[in-house]
Design a protein around this ligand. Structure first.
Ligand SMILES: C[S@@+](CC[C@H](N)C(=O)[O-])C[C@H]1O[C@@H](n2cnc3c(N)ncnc32)[C@H](O)[C@@H]1O
Length: 218
């Protein structure tokens, strides 16, 4: 096994138990910081080419805030798969989907899995969204795997942590590694066309730590 693979395997189990421990507190923090509304507004502003038949993957869904933002956006899609390593995070996600009045939980499938070995056939999805997840793995392996499960021409909404003061604090607290934006651009272009590099408005807390790349699978 290559050194990169070995490192990902080791950090995988550490990451899983870390998020199993902090999932409840993390979920409360997310509910008060407005991420869901920011994501819904951003997604609504895009033409993602989705139809009522489209299938979406929230890769590294955690407690489900991005899936819920997607539901709020009202963009047409058949359903979403919310995938994460952390069992406890997914339990919370399930109960959030169940009790959210605007969400039809029957359209959401919750799957425990690894973004480096997605349990789906090639070209399964019409959209992948991933927020704050690839910081835990090799960027190259993560983007390659997301490209594999997307149909050609479909979009990846990639929301990485950006180098910033708040990003560095989160990096310390949440034990991940921010990828330099030059690497994000260079590696993305091996699998995707960069069709946008957007910013959340600065009055929205998500803007203090995250940027957005809108990518289209080549
Ligand atoms: C900072 S949280 C972000 C969660 C969610 N995307 C959000 O924006 O609220 C990072 C999440 O990535 C998950 N994660 C980290 N490495 C992963 C991997 N290799 N496969 C699947 N999930 C992973 C963690 O379990 C955690 O839920």
């Amino acid at each position: 096994m290559s050194p990169a693979k070995t490192a990902d395997k080791r950090s995988k189990s550490k990451t899983e138990s870390f998020y199993d421990r902090i999932a409840d507190v993390h979920n409360v923090a997310l509910r008060v910081n407005g991420y869901r509304a920011s994501v819904a507004k951003y997604i609504r502003s895009l033409d993602l080419g989705l139809t009522p038949e489209s299938l979406v993957l929230d890769a590294g869904s955690g407690t489900g805030i991005i899936t819920l933002g997607l539901e709020d956006s009202g963009i047409p899609h058949r359903g979403t798969v919310a995938l994460d390593l952390s069992h406890r995070s997914l339990d919370i996600a399930r109960s959030e989907f169940r009790r959210d009045k605007k969400t039809d939980e029957k359209r959401i499938e919750v799957v425990q899995g690894n973004v480096l070995e997605l349990p789906f056939a090639d070209e399964t999805f019409d959209l992948v969204i991933t927020c704050g997840v690839l910081e835990y793995v090799s960027l190259e392996s993560g983007l390659a795997e997301m490209a594999r499960v997307l149909r050609p021409g479909a979009k990846l909404v990639f929301i990485p942590v950006k180098p910033s003061l708040v990003g560095s604090m989160l990096e310390f607290l949440y034990k991940f590694k921010i990828h330099p934006l030059e690497d994000v651009r260079r590696i993305s272009q091996q699998y995707f066309r960069i069709v946008g590099n957007h910013r959340f408005p600065f009055n929205e807390p998500i803007a203090w730590s995250k940027t957005i790349f809108l990518l289209e699978k080549i």
